[in-house]
Ligand binder design. Structure first.
Ligand code: DAH
Length: 344
């Protein structure tokens, strides 16, 4: 009996090794461990075993049975089959369906670009500051050194909430994120703190422009402000170059053109060389303005211009997104056509 068991085990294991498909494995199962298989057929022989050997032979019988069943299961696993009783399932649950499943939504391109910009400036040590979109003339103009008769204050070019002719500091939708420079410096001075101040502030701004391919009555800017002792124009340029390399790659080129803003002196326009479409010749795109914070602005916010200097910048986020993703028309960013939103 023991010899028979050993012989079955050796033969079964040898055969199993050579099996390479589910059908052959199933025949093997039927032949050895099935209801009418060899293991079942040796069972009746137990009664012929001498009484004193019964325990040992029974134990061996069980061992062989377990060994064959275990070997069958691992072979089944190796062949990649599933299913009970050795019937290999014809359904692969991991196969993708024929119909495209429900489309997943994603964050809007402007939100993504905004967060990417914040992330890059955060790595350079800039905190994020916020300011209200409903502002007043004092933060949007007065403290930014924009005098009362300045054309930028014309009611035609601003969304005033209060009548600017009748109210002392009329409320308005902010036309630039430079307001957050003022609010941040004011807060530091009021709390008795001192620079360094190193912040960026992304957000919406509003101007009653006629909508076309490059204008919208609402768009986004990201403002930057760095105030400390001995901050210079070369710090500004280094920061802008680092930003350009981090966001547009090591080949990115930047250019500063002399310009004028009431709140910076000197002031510059910040351009980058960008190819709007892959393969197209790159063009200089104006991303925003920058400069050294005007001493009048520092004093208006309660900081001593003899002790502190700083730089500031303000970029259009749409401009950056359009340059980065080759988007030709700003309106595509606001129309919410899902075919466009899915592509960018
Ligand atoms: N606020 C300006 C605008 O909206 C952009 C700007 C220019 C921001 C120069 C700055 C700056 O911080 O220094 O056109």
């Amino acid at each position: 009996m023991l010899e028979t068991l050993n012989e079955i085990e050796t033969r079964a294991m040898r055969e199993l090794e050579g099996i390479g498909d589910a059908a052959a494995l199933e025949s093997w199962r039927v032949a050895y461990i099935g209801a009418k298989g060899e293991m079942k057929r040796v069972m009746p022989l137990m009664k012929d075993v001498a009484k004193e050997d019964k325990a040992a032979v029974g134990k061996r019988l069980n061992e062989v049975k377990m060994a064959l069943e275990g070997a069958f299961e691992s072979k089944q696993g190796a062949l990649g089959g599933g299913g009970a009783g050795g019937a290999v399932s014809a359904i692969d649950m991991t196969e993708p369906g024929l119909v495209e499943s429900r489309a997943m939504g994603r964050r809007h391109i402007i939100s993504r670009v905004r967060d990417e910009l914040v992330e890059i400036f955060a790595r350079m040590g800039f905190d994020v500051a916020q300011g209200p979109e409903l502002e007043d003339d004092e933060h949007n103009f007065v403290k930014l050194n924009i005098p009362p008769a300045h054309p930028a204050r014309d009611p035609i070019d601003n969304f005033y909430i209060d009548d600017p002719h009748e109210t002392a500091s009329p409320r308005m939708l902010r036309s630039q994120t430079s307001t957050v420079q003022i609010r941040t410096m004011e807060r530091v001075a009021k709390e008795g703190g001192t620079p360094p101040i190193k912040i960026v502030s992304p957000g919406r701004v509003y101007r009653p422009d006629t909508v076309d391919a490059t204008h919208s009555f609402m768009f986004h800017q990201i403002e930057g402000l760095y105030i400390d002792r001995g901050v210079s124009m070369s710090d500004l340029k280094t920061t802008l170059l680092q930003f350009a390399h981090a966001y547009f790659g090591a080949d990115a080129q930047i250019r500063l053109r002399p310009s004028f803003f009431p709140f910076t002196e000197p002031s510059a326009e910040f351009d980058m060389l960008i190819a709007l479409k892959p393969g197209e010749d790159p063009k200089w795109i104006e991303l925003g303005g920058c400069g050294m914070v005007d001493p009048n602005v520092l004093s208006a916010c309660g900081l001593d211009p003899e002790a502190w200097t700083g730089f500031a910048f303000g970029f259009g986020i749409e401009r950056i997104a359009m340059g980065k993703h080759g988007i030709p028309d700003i309106r595509m960013l606001f129309e919410n056509d899902v075919r466009f939103l899915r592509r960018v």
